[in-house]
Write a protein that binds this ligand. Sequence first.
Ligand code: TYM
Length: 331
Amino acid sequence: MKTVVSGIRPTGNLHLGNYFGALRNFIKMQETNNCYFFIADYHSLTTHPTPADLHGNVKNVLIDYLAAGLDPEKATLYLQSDVPEVAELYLFLNMNAYKGELERVTSFKDKARVQPDNINAGLLTYPTLMAADIIIHKAHMVPVGKDQEQHLEMTRTFANRFNRMYKVDYFPEPVAYNFGEELIKIPGLDGSTKMGKSEGEGNAIFLGDDSAIIRKKVMKAVTDAGPTQQNQPKPQAIQNLFYLMQVMSKPEMLSFYEEEYKNCRIRYGDMKKQLAEDVIAFTEPFRERIKELSANNEYLRKVVSIGRDKAHESAANTIREVRNIIGFRSF
Ligand code: TYM
């Protein structure tokens, strides 16, 4: 049986990008693998949330996980901060992670640009913490979206470096996984190539958004005056809209609008109306379960407590062995 690990940062509710890039695969993979899915609350500290926001966001992500179909009986579902062994492994890995390689990571460079007044050490060492998350359970597969590809490469580097340094064959090489397909990147509604929670207002659709909000966001999606020549290449924002339709709508809808575009007859208003209704239909069951779960604190507490015990057992095992390999041994 393969071991699967993945997580999502709690910075708000989950959006369609998180769902199609990651969560959807968590749900499929829990059926046949040894899965560990967590809420990456240590990671979210890089942006300095208030305690109330941190707690609220962790709860939201937990609810979204469960609403989407993660089953705590099939997968181990836990909070990263409930497993301090992760922090210990992070410390060990940081001793062999070099400033130069960390500074070259794209996500670091992007974040440093976005928050120039808060380029903290946690941001720089984000990939080592992520590697610790993954190899603490000796994972083989990591379901993630396209934006995490480079982090997985770093994880392999750190795992291999540990093995080489101590002349052991201890950590497997984990791979980013999407059932043999290209990793996914869901675009934003504002014309940008990525749907994300830290992008601007109106970029992302969240699993819990109600139908009026979804309609409003989709109808506001960026478009242009339309093609003027047959088979004209699509600008980015238009490609985004078609990609969203490919993911959310029936194939005949997509081919209908492709044909309309090709022949310069497309009416973006109609296309967006269709897309909005398809998104609403798709997210309807999430909204209902989110409402139910939000009112059931006792169940949430139970889920977290069971997950903590299971994740802790696996992590403690690894740390015991890692300490021994490194040379922290009792007299
Ligand atoms: P985060 O919280 O930014 O995103 C969580 C997951 O959602 C995917 N994702 C997307 N996929 C497709 N299209 C999009 N627009 C989109 N936006 C987000 C991400 O690829 C990711 O899979 N560093 C991670 C969290 C993390 C983690 C880990 C993941 C911490 N430790 C260990 C895997 C294993 C992050 O910030 O993801």
